[in-house]
Design a protein around this ligand. Structure first.
Ligand code: SAM
Length: 301
């Protein structure tokens, strides 16, 4: 793309003092639709049209997208199995001054998709890496889920086997931020079952399925109900989905039960607040601070 390369100027200590100029290409990381082709941006289309080469997760898949938009740029495979080895091939083009676009099958490259090694290698080689942002399933799901969105964590795909999945979920049990997962449709039900067991049936959950497509479904109910709803309707076990869970909320501070209050009152009648609270804590097993607070309130009354 005109004017996009980085210029490196080098003055040689030759009698004639020559100047030479090397222009590196730019690596564009281009987001593509996650279902609805209208979601491709004008800038993404222009970039894909103007670069010299498109590095694609699946060239046949991306060819259909390019044909739809009448884009004729050549494609080359850049998937998880060849990314490390083939990175050099794309780097060579970039170093020679060609602009390259990186795309995945859907959404934003590198988000549970290939591209990390190429981006890292390009940056290490001093090549400009420019994002062309756009669709991303986790962000689309979060934006419509109605769960707290100020802080969230994205866990990508959970391990496919039950033991690994359960231990990952256990580690997230007391995570206070909104949790976001990608899940394959054939594992959705067992995943919901494990989640309900680890996080509890009442934890608020949202299933965001087939986003931007004809059968888009966004269902937000407690985990146990969501599991039963999915189990009862096999249509919900098809297509692509994002699972979102409300973060963990610390249980409300425990109160002082009436029996403990009676003990506290008896002691308060005879002793100073601090001493009464300490003794009441020993007798009832409740926390001293909690009883001290309660004692202050009763004195104020
Ligand atoms: N890079 C993509 C992105 O930006 O979202 C994600 C690629 S990852 C290999 C594919 C997973 O993303 C699917 O298994 C599903 O969990 C989620 N996903 C992709 N498209 C989706 C859609 N239209 N609706 C719901 N989830 C989707």
């Amino acid at each position: 793309m005109a004017g996009a390369g980085i210029g490196i100027q080098c003055v040689l200590s030759d009698p004639g003092i020559k100047e030479w100029f090397v222009s590196l290409g730019t690596l564009y990381v281009v987001a593509t639709p996650i279902g609805n082709l209208d979601d491709i941006s004008v800038r993404a289309q222009r970039t894909l049209r103007e670069v010299a080469l498109i590095a694609a997760e699946d060239t046949r898949h991306s060819l259909r997208l390019l044909q739809h938009f009448g884009i004729e740029t050549p494609l080359a495979a850049c998937h998880e199995h060849n990314e490390r080895e083939q990175g050099g091939r794309f780097l060579a083009r970039l170093l020679a001054g060609d602009d390259v676009a990186l795309v995945s099958d859907a959404g934003t490259p590198l988000i549970s998709d290939p591209g990390y090694h190429l981006v890292r290698q390009a940056r290490a080689a001093g090549i400009a890496v420019v994002p062309v942002p756009g669709p991303c399933a986790l962000i689309a799901g979060l934006s419509a889920a109605g769960l707290p969105s100020d802080r969230f964590i994205f866990e990508g795909f959970l391990p496919a086997k039950t033991v690994g999945r359960r231990s990952r979920l256990e580690a997230l049990r007391e995570e206070p931020r909104t949790l976001i997962f990608y899940e394959a449709p054939h594992r959705l039900l067992e995943c919901l079952q494990d989640m309900a067991e680890v996080f509890g049936e009442e934890r608020q959950a949202v299933l965001a399925r087939e986003l931007t497509k004809t059968f888009e479904t966004i269902k937000g109910i407690p985990l146990g109900e969501l599991r039963d709803w999915v189990a009862a309707d096999s249509n919900q076990q098809r297509g692509e989905c994002v699972l979102l869970l409300a973060g963990w909320e610390a249980p409300e501070a425990e109160g002082v039960d009436s029996e403990s209050l009676r003990v506290l009152d008896l002691l308060l009648a005879e002793l100073p607040v601090k001493r009464a609270a300490a003794l009441a804590a020993e007798i009832t097993g409740l926390r001293k601070n909690l009883l001290y607070q309660a004692a202050l309130e009763r004195k104020a009354e």
